[in-house]
Design a protein around this ligand. Structure first.
Ligand SMILES: C[S@@+](CC[C@H](N)C(=O)[O-])C[C@H]1O[C@@H](n2cnc3c(N)ncnc32)[C@H](O)[C@@H]1O
Length: 216
């Protein structure tokens, strides 16, 4: 009986040889992951670390539909556009193709290198698309008449307060996926996760004024 079990195990070993990762492969994989993490923390994290935890927003790219919906709400508009947290630049590239003078604000250095290379490769002049390494919480947006923001629900209220203080009356703000709860929107496009909302700053200001005067 024991002999036959041994024979079965021997056969099994021949048919299905056990796959053990070579120690050198494991060591190289470990070193690669550690190296990549090192590069990531050196180049991408310094700016991020300085942002208060409640205002941190991770990278998540817009879907194609979301970008399309954003562009739909920008139809008929012109001028300067700021994308708050430009990521891989997809919104900036779409808006610059539509004739806007765009600035993408981004703190992740790896994404910045990528977007700058892509802009160069597409032959876009800086007047059409610029990517700057700047914390948008510390940037004044008073010279922009178009703002796009795909961020996170936890920061929307703080962002709203900042934009109400800084933007000119003729500015339009496009919120992607996460709307401003106390702002009346002008238009909206799409549905579900791809929905976007357009807000007209002068309408937002007068609505907020009305709310505070009726509250007194
Ligand atoms: C949800 S992603 C949106 C990316 C892009 N706008 C899109 O629609 O695909 C948010 C981006 O904001 C960047 N970000 C977060 N906080 C920032 C800050 N304070 N200043 C500049 N960029 C920031 C992140 O690194 C990330 O790339």
């Amino acid at each position: 009986m024991e002999d036959s079990i041994e024979m079965i195990l021997q056969d099994y070993g021949r048919v299905l040889p056990t796959t053990r990762t070579h120690p050198l492969v494991s060591a190289c994989t470990g070193a690669l992951i550690t190296g990549l993490y090192g590069v990531w923390s050196v180049f991408a994290m310094p700016g991020f670390r300085k942002i208060p935890v409640r205002l941190k927003v991770p990278y998540l790219p817009s879907s194609k539909d979301q970008t399309r919906n954003t562009m739909k709400l920008l139809e008929g508009r012109t001028g300067r556009l700021a994308d708050l947290g430009s990521g891989d630049g997809r919104l900036v590239f779409a808006a610059s193709s539509a004739g806007f003078h765009c600035t993408g604000f981004e703190i992740n250095s790896i994404l910045l290198v990528y977007t700058r290379c892509k802009a160069k490769w597409r032959g876009l002049p800086a007047s059409q698309a610029t990517f700057v390494k700047k914390d948008f919480w510390k940037t004044d947006f008073s010279k922009y008449n178009n703002v796009t923001a795909f961020l996170a629900p936890g920061v929307i209220e703080t962002l709203g307060e900042k934009l109400v203080k800084e933007l000119p009356d003729d500015a339009s703000v496009i919120a992607c996926r996460f709307p401003f709860s106390d702002w009346p929107h002008q238009l909206s496009a799409g549905s579900g996760l791809d929905q976007t909302w357009a807000y007209d700053m002068s309408t937002v200001r007068s609505s907020l004024r009305n709310v505070s005067s009726t509250a007194v």
